[in-house]
Design a protein around this ligand. Structure first.
Ligand code: UDP
Length: 323
């Protein structure tokens, strides 16, 4: 199968590309490298350096690659940043994403796989969270992804472009070759590991007065290779709609820090800070729908294994990718 992957030089995209290639697909990566890294693109993939806002280039790249499926990872994905610069999120995640949808329709692409997020739900009325919960995002990042989910439904109805959208909980961990390197790192696990590596003096805990047992936010961490496997399962014709991807276990910020201390064998100093705007207190997935419909079977459900693979990668690449 020929798969066109936007954002294939980013963290989640790069590992999905690796797994697609391992599964025998032909892959073309389209990425503008503002967030991604050229060296994170598997050498077996074709690479086009381009922006989603450059519609002619995008159309040419899709037509040239005889694409059967599109996987769309290219997006801005930081809750905190979206609370200070919402325009960036609506422009890049919604408006530029429309160019990709139109190019996919014009090229008669059969399947569109979309990277969505649990941030589309906002603070849930209950956990674990099923796909039918109301979606009331509390930050522009989640809102932009929800807008795109809704657009996808219209494109499927009107243009016949079958879609599957995965609502990720907290992607973490690494493959042997590829891992998490953001130029400005805001995510919890890579930041804690940077403290372990001596690159930061301490980890800041954003909020200790949440209504959770230890007062810090709870998240459901999911291994990046397990995420990738769900995307491959989602390529099958007829697999469509919305799926949560998470393990169903919630860990607090303090528990994550403690696990990182255990895995690294290093003391990780932490300081308590005020809440970060836009953070829901507790997000935990019910992913039964993916287990049942996609026969999705996570291989690394334990936080210990997730952190261990991330730590192995960070030790091998203490400064991340060279570019
Ligand atoms: N967090 C933290 N310190 C950090 C980074 C994150 O306390 O340096 C908290 C953050 O406020 C949230 C949780 O860790 O409650 C997970 O944040 P992350 O940015 O990793 O993922 P998000 O859930 O926002 O997508």
């Amino acid at each position: 199968m020929n798969v066109f992957v936007t954002g294939g030089a980013g963290y989640i995209g790069s590992i999905c590309v690796e797994e697609l290639l391992n599964a025998g697909c032909h892959v073309t990566v389209y990425d503008n490298l503002t967030e991604g890294h050229r060296s994170a693109v598997d050498r077996r993939a074709a690479f086009v350096h381009g922006c989603l806002s450059d519609r002619p280039k995008l159309e040419q790249a899709i037509q040239g690659a005889e694409v059967e499926a599109v996987m769309h990872f290219a997006a801005n994905a930081l809750v905190g940043e979206s609370m200070t610069n919402p325009g960036k999120y609506f422009r890049n995640n919604v408006a530029s994403g429309l160019n990709l949808l139109d190019a996919a329709v014009a090229a008669r692409v059969k399947k569109f796989v979309f990277s969505s997020t649990c941030a589309t739900y906002g603070p849930p009325d209950r956990v674990p969270m099923t796909e039918d919960l109301p979606q009331k995002p509390i930050n522009p990042y989640g809102e932009s992804k929800l807008m795109f989910e809704r657009i996808l439904q219209w494109y499927e109805q009107i243009h016949g472009l079958e879609f599957i959208a995965f609502r990720y909980f907290n992607a973490a961990g690494a493959s042997e070759q590829f891992g998490e390197h953001h130029r400005i790192e805001t995510h919890l696990i890579p930041n804690v590991l940077r403290v372990a590596l001596g690159q930061m003096p301490e980890i800041q805990i954003f909020g200790t007065d949440y209504p959770t047992p230890d007062g810090t936010c709870i998240r459901d961490y999911i291994h990046i290779k397990d995420l990738a496997q769900a995307h491959i399962a989602g390529l099958q014709p007829g697999k469509r709609g919305f799926y949560n991807l998470g393990n169903g276990d919630g860990y607090s910020v303090r528990e994550v820090i403690q696990m990182c201390e255990e895995i690294t064998g290093r003391k990780i100093p932490a300081v308590e800070k005020p809440r970060r705007p836009g953070d829901p207190p507790r997000l935990v997935a019910a992913a039964d729908k993916a287990f049942k419909d996609l026969h999705w079977n996570p291989q690394y459900p334990k936080l210990r294994d997730i952190v261990a693979t991330a730590w192995a990668w960070h030790q091998k690449h203490p400064h991340g990718y060279p570019d």
